[in-house]
Design a protein around this ligand. Structure first.
Ligand code: ASP
Length: 325
């Protein structure tokens, strides 16, 4: 009797990087590589997800992530519906779970969800029958951002293991930082977080990162310098004395960058606040900045995630839908 090969990514949802093995991360990155090549062709459209429905449910504003998921689904041939909280019944007092159950009744194959509260996407995933992708939940996780960052680094440096990655700025409120630290540590990179004492938490050391409070030591010999925005929308009260002072101590300019390796790459998940966390010349430096490349990798990574999370649907009976979380 023919045996069925185990699925290389045996999960129903992508809710975070936490708990993923290095092998599972590698499966997602390898699949993404294939889509980078496809996306550079003139005809990008495929039929892999033809007949499948993807709903992008965004309870928080987004430009690149929502567009990227929409493009990813459309390039794979899915029917993609975009819903934002402003236009939904959430405005009329409906709970997250009721909204999820309503959408679930329409039998989508994938729900891509962004929500301002940490843990909300996990909760929603327990209530629906389809695959759920976390497109960012509060300050908790943003798994596809970490995957696209890893893909960008791996393509430029050929590896992740052994690299020194400095993640700088408002790590406290950043889901990008949390997902990146977990991914990079799992893949054997050395991660430093660089932030004022008011913008870090002991959690980062427990995750395996070294904490630095000044850019000179944090950036020393770094291969990668990843800058983060001050997430003022998640701040209650003042975490930094002034933007001017923040830029003086923590904004990335050529002077601070000089501590890193001479060929260190500059990254930023966007949206960027020029003159706050990053100097405009550094951000636009075509030899060092890979910020635009990160956006390109984002579409490929999201195509890979949609592909992998739905690949069992074509052949398996509905009972298979209950496979490992
Ligand atoms: N775009 C990223 C996020 O959604 C980073 C940011 O907003 O600063 O978390």
């Amino acid at each position: 009797m023919a045996t069925v090969a185990p699925r290389p990514f045996p999960r129903r949802h992508l809710l975070g990087i936490e708990g993923l093995s290095a092998r599972e991360i590698t499966v997602l990155l390898d699949k993404s590589e294939k889509y980078v090549d496809r996306n550079r062709r003139v005809n990008k459209k495929q039929s892999l997800l033809r007949g499948r429905t993807q709903i992008n449910l965004f309870f928080e504003s987004s430009t690149r992530t929502r567009t990227s998921f929409e493009l990813a689904g459309k390039r794979l041939g899915a029917d993609v519906i975009n819903m934002s909280a402003e236009a939904s019944s959430v405005r009329k007092g409906e709970t997250l779970i009721d909204t999820a159950m309503t959408l679930n009744a329409m039998r989508p194959d994938v729900l891509v969800v962004r929500h301002p509260h940490s843990g909300a996407v996990n909760l929603l995933a327990q209530k629906v029958d389809c695959a759920v992708v976390n497109a960012g939940d509060g300050s908790h996780e943003h798994p596809t951002q970490a995957l696209l960052d890893a893909l960008t680094i791996r393509r430029r440096r050929g590896r992740l293991g052994g690299l020194i990655v400095a993640i700088c700025g408002d790590v406290l409120h950043s889901r990008v930082a949390r997902s990146n630290i977990q991914l990079l540590v799992a893949m054997g990179a050395r991660v430093r977080v660089v932030a004022p004492p008011t913008l870090v938490s002991p959690l980062f050391e427990r995750m395996g990162a070294d904490v630095h409070h000044d850019m000179a030591s944090g950036l020393r010999d770094a291969d990668i310098v990843m800058m983060l925005r001050l997430q003022t929308e998640r701040m209650q009260g003042a975490f930094v004395p002034s933007v001017r002072e923040y830029f003086h101590f923590y904004g990335l300019d050529y002077q601070k960058l000089a501590a890193a390796k001479p060929d260190a790459l500059i990254m930023h998940p966007g949206p960027m606040n020029r003159g706050v966390e990053i100097d405009t010349d550094v951000a636009d430096d075509i030899d060092r900045s890979v910020i635009r490349e990160q956006v390109e990798m984002g579409v490929a990574v999201r195509m890979a995630c949609l592909d992998i999370l739905t690949d069992h649907l074509s052949n398996a009976a509905p009972a298979d839908a209950g496979a490992a979380e």
